[in-house]
Design a protein around this ligand. Structure first.
Ligand SMILES: Cc1cc2nc3c(=O)[nH]c(=O)nc-3n(C[C@H](O)[C@H](O)[C@H](O)COP(=O)(O)OP(=O)(O)OC[C@H]3O[C@@H](n4cnc5c(N)ncnc54)[C@H](O)[C@@H]3O)c2cc1C
Length: 471
């Protein structure tokens, strides 16, 4: 056993959350040890970027295929799958350089490649190196498990990152699960010419507004994806040298699906097993490590952030947690995870982006207003021929913005405004006052906000209220 290291901060896990804490803390001259069992980059570089990269290229194929109403092309695009993959691999490799071990060393971070496990309340073991840090930050994320069904261990299974390693375009890809990135990949492979089936035990995109999720279901089906919502995988077996045979229970009965490739896309499960949390007195459950609103665990020297914390994980949530923990550790400021909700986005086409309360959650809370505007009323959407979708803004009775959902083109770009609005408790009048570039998709959200004043315009006394609200 070597001499113990005694840094100010020890971060476990070098995904987005862990890297943000380590790099941020070292920039303030704090001594940092970063323990990672693999290469730095975590799920963002290993899974998300390859998936979104493939999806971006597939969108080009689809644009080509659907351009004839605008007087362009009309032919089926030729797809060279090897070149598609190589392009994405090249871009992801460039992104990896930013988080390389050499760069971390140059920033003064001591990087240890080992699996971390607690030995007691104050000590983490990274291989045979004991680390007794003033504060620990657990950022070990979450990973997609194989479902517990008969035969699953015997069949070839892929995760998101593996999709760039397969030799040929899948003849028939089965996506098991209904997480946003799995659906984006399902759509990408369909657009690149594969047959695609999605087996979803519940409704797809269940973290999103139901009406918005239904718009994505319709689009996926329209593109020829065999989307089986409410279907449950009960058995898996090998078929031939590389294929898989799946047995599925559905409302209509038992079905057999033969696939060339099987992608696991069920909800990720927090990575806590290897950490020996009980030795450090850190409470946890199947959903992850319990934290208070300041992200502290039941051991007050230990914080937990990102995918390992219960809730819907996302890159932006891990980064937000990292920023809050840095404030708590370095500046001893009180922080509160409830103050700035992280937006969620699904990079399907149409995209969905959502922040704060959705309509169902807001209705459960009582008096609210739901303001809507359809893409079909937007100049920009009509010019682009992308009129599917809507923006929905949720406010309280006084017009304070509680949440927003956008489904349609560029939804993930538009949600930034609404994240700010929810975090700062802005009102619809604040948004109505702001000038937006035109013609743009972001005007759709503004139109939804202005719809709040529609009822005032129809009532003379209310009209005076409207003038007051607009200042
Ligand atoms: C398949 C998938 C697709 C997703 N798609 C999106 C998306 O499109 N957009 C989005 O915003 N979010 C997406 N998410 C969620 C998002 O990727 C994660 O919530 C976020 O990246 C988590 O960041 P993190 O730093 O908390 O953990 P991670 O990025 O998971 O990093 C955790 C790191 O800890 C390491 N580790 C684990 N245990 C130990 C240990 N005992 N010792 C040392 N190291 C350890 C792991 O090797 C890993 O590098 C997706 C998640 C999954 C699983």
């Amino acid at each position: 056993m070597s001499e113990p290291l005694r840094p100010d901060i020890c971060v476990i896990g070098a995904g987005d959350g862990g890297l943000s804490v380590a790099i941020g803390a070292s920039a303030f001259g704090t001594s940092v040890v970063l323990v990672e069992r693999d290469r730095p980059g975590g799920n963002r570089l290993g899974s998300v970027m390859p998936a979104i990269g493939l999806s971006a290229i597939a969108a080009r194929a689809e644009a080509f295929r659907t351009a004839s109403p605008f007087g362009i092309g009309g032919a089926e695009p030729e797809i060279d799958f090897k070149r598609v993959k190589n392009h994405v691999l090249e871009v992801v490799d460039q992104l990896k350089r930013n988080d390389a071990e050499e760069r971390l060393a140059a920033l003064g971070i001591r990087f240890i490649r080992a699996s971390g496990q607690f030995a007691d309340r104050q000590t983490l073991l990274a291989g045979d190196v004991p680390i007794m840090a003033r504060r620990f930050v657990i950022a070990t994320g979450a990973s997609v498990p194989a479902p517990p069904v008969a035969g699953i261990e015997t069949v070839p299974r892929l995760n998101y990152g593996d999709m760039l390693g397969i030799g040929q375009r899948p003849r028939h890809l089965v996506v098991l699960g209904f997480e946003p990135t799995g659906l984006a990949l399902a759509q990408a492979f369909r657009r690149l010419g594969s047959g695609v089936t999605v087996i979803a035990a519940g409704r797809i995109l269940d973290a999103f507004d139901a009406e918005a999720a239904a718009a994505v279901s319709r689009a996926l089906r329209r593109e020829g994806i065999d989307l089986r919502e409410g279907a449950r995988l009960t058995a898996a077996a090998r078929r031939g040298a590389h294929g898989v045979r799946l047995t599925v229970e559905e409302a209509a009965g038992t079905a057999t699906i033969d696939a060339s490739h099987l992608l696991l896309a069920e909800a990720p499960r927090p990575e806590t097993e290897a950490l020996m949390l009980h030795k450090a007195g850190i409470a946890h459950g199947p959903d992850g490590i319990g934290v208070n609103r300041g992200l502290r665990t039941s051991n007050r020297h230990v914080f937990a952030i990102g995918g390992v914390v219960p809730g819907h994980g996302s890159i932006q949530r891990s980064e937000l947690h990292a920023a809050l923990v840095l404030r708590a550790i370095l500046f001893r400021q009180p922080v509160d995870i409830g103050r700035s909700p992280a937006p969620l986005a699904a990079f399907t086409d149409p995209e969905i982006a959502q922040v704060g309360l959705d309509e169902a959650a807001a209705r459960r809370r009582g008096a609210i207003r739901v303001l809507r505007w359809p893409y079909s009323e937007s100049d920009r959407a009509r010019l682009d021929g992308r009129t599917d979708g809507f923006a929905k803004v949720i406010t309280d009775r006084r017009g304070v913005i509680l949440g927003a959902t956008i489904v349609g083109a560029a939804a993930s770009e538009q949600i930034a405004l609404w994240s700010l609005a929810v975090a700062r408790r802005m009102t619809v009048a604040d948004v109505a006052d702001a000038a937006f570039a035109s013609p743009t998709f972001s005007e759709i959200g503004k139109r939804a906000a202005i719809a709040y004043f529609g009822r005032f315009a129809r009532q003379p006394r209310g009209f005076l209220g409207l003038l007051r609200l607009l200042g």
